[in-house]
Design a protein around this ligand. Sequence first.
Ligand code: GTQ
Length: 370
Amino acid sequence: MTRQMDDSAIGRARVAETPELEEYYARLEKLGTGALWTVANEIEPWYPQPRSIPMLWRYSEMRPLVVESASLVQGDDAGRRVVYLVNDERKDVKAAVGLLYSGIQIMNPGESMTAHRHAASALRFVIEGTGAWTIVDGDRLVVGPNDFAITPNGTWHEHGNEASDNFVIWQDGLDIPLVNALDANFYEVHPDLYQVPGRVPNTSILTHGSGILKPDRRTWTKAYSPLLGYPWAQTREALVNLGRVSDGTDYDGVIMEYVNPVTGGSVMPTMGAHMQMLKPGQATKAHRHTGSVVYHVAEGRGHSIIAGTRFDWQEHDIFCVPSWAWHEHANDDPDNPAFLFSFNDFPMITSLALHAEEEYGATGGHQDVG
Ligand code: GTQ
């Protein structure tokens, strides 16, 4: 990098402190004001300075505590029984990374939760258990392991587990810290506590989930995808098929985005999601970009190097990549593919024209592990 990043350079704030200035600053403060040059270099960094740090949450360590919560608190008292993931440097806003929230939700056999809605958008990635359902604006969605589902902002939703003998555990992803940062959050409990589901379960998948055909006379005008569920079998097959003809991109391997089938764009206006496959032994090059990402290991084992730290992962581990952090991924299994689910804030970043990306080294190399 040849760019000048020296705070003593002309064009940066470089006023020396003096007793006279300090006395002046005190008088400014009394008026609810301040001198820009005392904070300019901090509020206009040369490049993004995320407070979030890279972190990995091991499923093997979290699962026993998540299961413990199932007998510690009633679902109806908790609202949703969730152990949330909190970045060491984002405890104040309850973010896993950047302005993204994530948690692990558990439902007992036969349990169901009351319906609510909020201005924040939510998504789910199912970890374990059959029998899970969620009703989103009246559409009863049935989901199983590694299925992806969305509950866009403003939609009524309630969750349950109709299995008689297993927990359902899934990962939640929400934009709560973002919506709160914008002072735009609302929350409502459903007036009847429960929705009346439509007659045919998975209506949105039956209507919009073919992937190659679209229904006639479609009038969908909302900002989010009319497709609410993205089944794992179809997703996995798409990645495996793409992997037959390509090794994918240098930085992500074989990667595809979950889309709004009407627009081809992201599933929701604030958050997008991907599934990526690393072939046996495949390792990506390092790059960095604006935007924060939470990863969930859907299948396989491997490692990622994030901002110079190596994180080894296995199935259902969760890790995060803060904005502008160098990162690269590797599948350490010589015989089997690895699949990484991820969700991100890219739709916000791109819609605000804030996307930036850089490859590591001149042609994209690998980081030294510190
Ligand atoms: O199911 O809508 O983990 O509102 C946190 C807040 C899940 C949900 C969470 C929520 C939800």
